[in-house]
Design a protein around this ligand. Structure first.
Ligand code: PLP
Length: 358
């Protein structure tokens, strides 16, 4: 039986994307591949109608974490003074990467799932002498959507650069591209873009790549990748099949009406799941208006462990996701990214009733 993935990536694929990933064997030194690479870069820049004289996308092999790491090691100068906004696993991961590369960073922390304190951020930016703010857009730990418009506008006001982890939001949530502070974001193919895993991407301002930063890594140094991609080449073997899948997925996104349509679709599906859960007495972890369109967290049903819930739903063909860290014993998560039909949703409703309601 086909399983529907309700975990936050990798996602259930469309037939078109699944076929495209193995459409043909491609050598990455041949014009057929280089054309594909150009198409994907252009497709990424076009999703939010970014000006391609200002913005580009750099593609490299890896997971979403590779994109975060490449963005940080490539775009933060040695004398950067970094402020990381943390309210979940991925904010903490940004700090961890800074620590590994000896990039001095201070954190503004909130408990997992809590709001980022914008007054405290304002005060830090006014007095802290920071050069860069790093934040997570959709904190997938709990489903909280962080206020990137406000953060970017504060950064612009104080002349601070803003680097964003948009791994679980790019392609489905609004992103403040008009703010000059926003320099770059980490993206992956296998979340809201509906591609396969293996392709990490950083969408960034061309100017950010031209700071003359000394490489801290050979394979994660974005200016190296970007320079070769600009002259229709590639330094190392790219995940060719993931690019084939993503080119198809980007076409499908466009045909379906683009990122706003995708957001509406995700919201509709998430609302449907939430209504069924509510009827079954399962409470949402965060209010709907604070959650992303991509994922919501729920308290575990009374008297049921995560494993019982997971295994029960798996028998019906649905894969849900556990909480991370201390939240593992308290919540479960349902993401509605990926190729999920109305029929799949109707079956999910039945499955939830059968497993929780009995
Ligand atoms: C999924 C995710 C990542 C990256 O995870 P990988 O397992 O490395 O692909 C990074 N940030 C956020 C917000 C995510 O949801």
């Amino acid at each position: 039986m086909r399983s529907i993935l309700l975990n936050p990536g990798p996602v259930s694929l469309s037939e078109g994307v699944r076929r495209a990933t193995t459409r043909m064997d491609l050598c990455h030194r041949e014009p057929e591949y280089l054309e594909l690479q150009d198409t994907v870069i252009k497709g990424l820049v076009d999703i939010y109608q970014c000006d391609s004289t200002q913005w580009t996308a750099v593609l490299l092999g890896g997971s979403g974490t590779s994109a975060m790491e490449a963005m940080m090691v490539s775009l933060l100068p040695d004398d950067a003074r970094v402020l990381v906004l943390e309210n979940g696993v991925y904010g903490e991961r940004l700090s961890r990467i800074a620590q590994i590369y000896d990039i001095p960073a201070q954190s503004l922390k909130a408990a997992w799932g809590d709001e980022i304190d914008l007054d405290a951020l304002t005060e830090l930016l006014a007095n802290g002498n920071f050069s860069h703010v790093l934040a997570v857009h959709h904190e997938t730990t709990t489903g909280r959507l962080n206020p990137v418009d406000e953060i970017a506008s504060l950064c612009s006001r104080y002349g601070v650069h803003f680097l964003l982890d948009a791994v679980s939001s790019f392609g489905a949530e609004s992103i403040p591209f008009a703010e000059n502070s926003l320099q770059a974001m980490a993206v992956t193919a296998n979340k809201c873009l509906h591609g396969i895993p293996g392709l990490a991407m950083v969408l960034c301002r061309r100017a950010a790549l031209k700071q003359g930063i000394k490489p801290r890594s050979l394979s994660l140094h974005l200016p190296g990748w970007a320079e070769q991609q600009a002259r229709r080449s590639t330094p190392f073997t790219p995940p060719v099949n993931a690019l084939q899948g993503l080119a198809q997925a980007l076409q499908e996104l466009d045909k379906q009406g683009g990122w706003k349509q995708r957001r509406s679709r995700y919201r509709k599906l998430a609302t449907g799941v939430a209504m069924t859960c509510e009827e079954l007495g399962v409470r949402q972890w965060l209010p709907a208006e604070q959650s992303s369109c991509v994922l919501r967290s729920y308290h575990l049903p009374t008297g049921m462990t995560y494993n019982e819930l997971h295994d029960g739903l798996k028998q019906h063909g649905f894969i849900i996701y556990a909480g991370q860290g201390d939240l593992a014993s308290q919540l479960f998560r349902i993401s509605t990214m990926g190729e999920i039909s109305d029929y799949d949703m109707a079956r999910l409703e039945q499955a939830l009733r059968a497993v929780i309601g009995s």
